[in-house]
Design a protein around this ligand. Structure first.
Ligand code: HEM
Ligand SMILES: *[C@@H]1O[C@H](CO)[C@@H](O)[C@H](O)[C@H]1NC(C)=O
Ligand SMILES: *[C@@H]1O[C@H](CO)[C@@H](O)[C@H](O)[C@H]1NC(C)=O
Length: 446
């Protein structure tokens, strides 16, 4: 059903943008492909209907930030992490305020607060629970490791020590070259949970240069490109896996506009001012006017209107906008990493890791292929990540849930007939210093 929406969107786009992009891609040799953007990133990415959306309904789009949804700072023991949206949702009680997510709270909370569509929350929540949390209890931490995700409590850590989405969860869902978070294995600025003002300022400066101030999808796509170049040039351990590196980090860049922008009758497609961005990302200004980040203080501003109920951002939008990234910035979609020195990026062979399903970065500018590429990557990684986290009967219980719980939740990425089995990041990351997966140590995640 939803794979049909991907195909429809592809056909609609096909009339205009795609053949042109494919032509341009074919005309460019590899060297030229390194110059960005190859084709302009669209002003309104995702399915074409979003570009035409012209409705506004104040009553259903206004998001409550009072009563049970009043903003409250996280208390002692409450967990916050690398995701501005999850942190803000928890601070307003749209997710549990302790920062421990469940399928039910994610699926309802993220629609109520942001109108992220159910098919997308299902993919994200299910993949994350298998990667970073406890597929048996369904719980996962929206930040670093917590004893509260384990079905057996703290003692259960011995049989399965779940990482949460940041800290040692690095490269499962969380990746390098984030909008404002650091690279976990970089020599400096290396928290992958907290936000760095210097990266937020770079985004605001780019927006100022491109639009006069407001942050747009095109600004975010260019920021992602800049962030990847920065990581390659400064982090000897930079690594970009298929899911966390190509799909998820870019998905988050799009969320920053699509889910955090304010809507109105004048701007039915949304507008993201620096002020709204700063509030949603936990920033205030000091006496000199400089950005100040307070960990876990993300806030939905008063009088903020989410996207329309009939204009939700869904799985097809994630796949299409990620494919659009690959068409515009092909180097962003290379899987691979630095080999221990800065500027030593070495890509892995896409044909090899996908069993011949994807053979070049150009293939990834096809949204239908992108959807299946994401699905394949999740399915290839889950067994290895489970194996690294769980032991004994917990491992067999969790593994038994792959066909019954994981695979059905991924259908909105496409039905992908005859999809070969992909390789896990443990296999293709071998030899890359950034793709080793220590599951514990004495790193402080902040
Ligand atoms: C189940 C749903 C979600 C999961 C599992 C999730 C997880 C994550 C993770 C792991 C990151 C770090 C990515 C990276 O390394 O760059 C992240 C970043 C981000 N997410 Fe989410 N997220 C979810 C939903 C949302 C929603 C609903 C929003 C917006 C309302 C959102 C907005 C963002 C933004 C803006 C960032 C970038 C933060 C930064 O780099 O400073 N996410 N998310
Ligand atoms: C959202 O837009 C409306 C209409 O322009 C405006 O009244 C409201 O203050 C905006 N909200 C925020 C948080 O900027
Ligand atoms: C679990 O992992 C965390 C880091 O994610 C670590 O701090 C903690 O010591 C580990 N606990 C056990 C019992 O291994």
């Amino acid at each position: 059903m939803v794979s049909k929406s991907l195909t429809t969107a592809l056909l609609l786009q096909g009339a205009a943008a795609w053949p042109q992009m494919a032509d341009m891609a074919a005309r460019n040799n590899e060297l030229e492909a390194r110059i960005a953007p190859l084709a302009p990133f669209p002003e309104w990415p995702g399915k074409p209907n979003h570009a035409l959306y012209n409705k506004f309904d104040a009553a259903s789009q206004l998001v409550s930030v009072s009563g049970e949804h009043e903003w409250r700072a996280p208390g002692p023991g409450d967990i916050r992490g690398p995701c501005a949206g999850l942190n803000a949702a928890a601070n307003h009680g749209y997710l549990p305020r302790n920062g421990i997510a469940t399928a039910e709270t994610i699926n309802t909370g993220l629609r109520e607060a942001f109108n992220l569509a159910l098919d997308a929350t299902l993919v994200l929540q299910t993949a994350t629970m298998f990667f970073d949390g406890d597929p048996v209890s369904g719980r996962w931490s929206i930040g670093y490791h917590s004893d509260q995700t384990q079905s057996l409590g703290a003692i259960g850590n011995l049989l399965g020590n779940e990482t949460g989405i940041c800290g040692y969860g690095h490269l499962k869902t969380e990746g390098d070259a984030s909008i404002t978070r650091g690279d976990w294995l970089a020599p400096e600025d290396n928290s992958n949970c907290k936000s760095y003002p210097k990266f937020a300022q770079e985004l605001l400066d780019l927006a100022k240069a491109r639009t006069g101030g407001n942050i747009t999808p095109q600004v975010l796509a260019e920021h992602q490109y800049n962030r990847k170049l920065h990581s390659i040039a400064t982090n000897p351990n930079y690594f970009s896996p298929a899911y966390a590196g190509v799909a998820f980090t870019f998905g988050a860049h799009m969320f920053a506009f699509q889910l955090l922008a304010n809507h109105s009758a004048e701007d039915p497609r949304g507008i993201l001012t620096p002020e709204v961005f700063e509030s949603m990302f936990g920033y205030t200004r000091d006496a000199n006017g400089d950005l100040v980040y307070t960990y876990g203080y993300e806030r939905i501003p008063d009088n903020w209107y989410k996207r329309g109920d009939d204009d939700m951002w869904d799985t097809a939008d994630i796949a299409i906008s990620t494919a659009q990234q690959c068409a515009s910035y092909p180097t962003n979609c290379q899987v691979g990493g630095n080999t221990g020195k800065v500027n030593s990026f070495s890509g892995v062979d896409l044909g090899d890791i996908t069993g011949g399903f994807i053979n070049s970065v150009e293939d990834l500018s096809d949204p239908a292929k992108m959807g299946c590429f994401i699905s394949q990557a999740i399915q290839a990684d889950v067994p290895s990540f489970l194996d690294h986290v769980f032991e004994g009967s917990l491992l067999s219980q969790a593994t038994a849930l792959i066909p019954t719980t994981l695979v059905p939740a991924l259908v909105s990425l496409g039905e992908c007939p005859n999809l070969p089995q992909g390789k896990s990041v443990f296999a293709y990351g071998e030899g890359y210093p950034g793709a080793q997966f220590p599951s514990e140590g004495n790193r402080n995640p902040y």
